[in-house]
Design a protein around this ligand. Sequence first.
Ligand SMILES: [Zn+2]
Length: 296
Amino acid sequence: MTKRIKRWAVMIIFTIALIAVGFTIGTQELRVHSEVESGFEIPSEETLKEDGIAILSYHRILSDQVSLRVARGMSNNNQLSEYNITKHDFIKQIQAIEESGAEIISMDQAQDMMASQIQPIGKYVVLTFDDIAESAFKNAYPYLRDNNIPFTAFIITSKVGQYDADQKLATWAQLKEMHDSGLATIALHTDDMHYLRNDKPVGALPAYELDFQEDYERSQETYRRHFGEDARYFASPYGTITKNNVRFLNQQIEMDGVFNLAQRVITTANPHKGTLDRILITSKNWHSFQAWLDFK
Ligand SMILES: [Zn+2]
């Protein structure tokens, strides 16, 4: 083989691998977010709410690197291009929130407002990260720390520091560092039930309810070992769990909030149906969230 043919072969294999990985992850994530419209647009009835609390759900925050730009250029309906946010875009989004006059508050502040049943006046934003990958620790946390911005991280307790699918999750030391900064609320995202059976999240399957409840106890035990206290918030993997699981979590005395994904802004006019709405932010739907920030 000449050098040129070899180089081409390597490039073609690399391209096929990137498309395959992106396509597999993308279709899986899009299929399971049943409550969320395709494209994750925020409906206009939500963006026209003058006051309220928007709880944002982020995943990976990637450094703006060549491989991501290549992947984004090649395919437009997969997780690699849509579900991840680059560090550059993330910082721009946080700045846009602050420039709009909306206030970024901690989960506890939001919880106090929701519990008080008094209509919030003005716009409030809570930042959350599901799974909290190492990429979010490296690319989002330094900016949040330097600007004193609170956030919440939902962790899969048995997977801390390990690889989940194609992402390396933040380590206990990294979680501790964020927790000890006083800015991070570390919360639960199951112990080991962040996977699908027949394309459905196991937490959303009645057959797994007993397992789910035992899994919750294990995740609290692990959490207590590391932080010396109970976790007080829980985010459903893939944004959805069964009604019985919601009821079970809300019965736990230590639980202050159970979260889904539903692209809705919370006002106290919203009936609390056991789970609190969060808005999934992708690389493509920011403009619809910006419309809410801009609506005065
Ligand atoms: Zn997750």
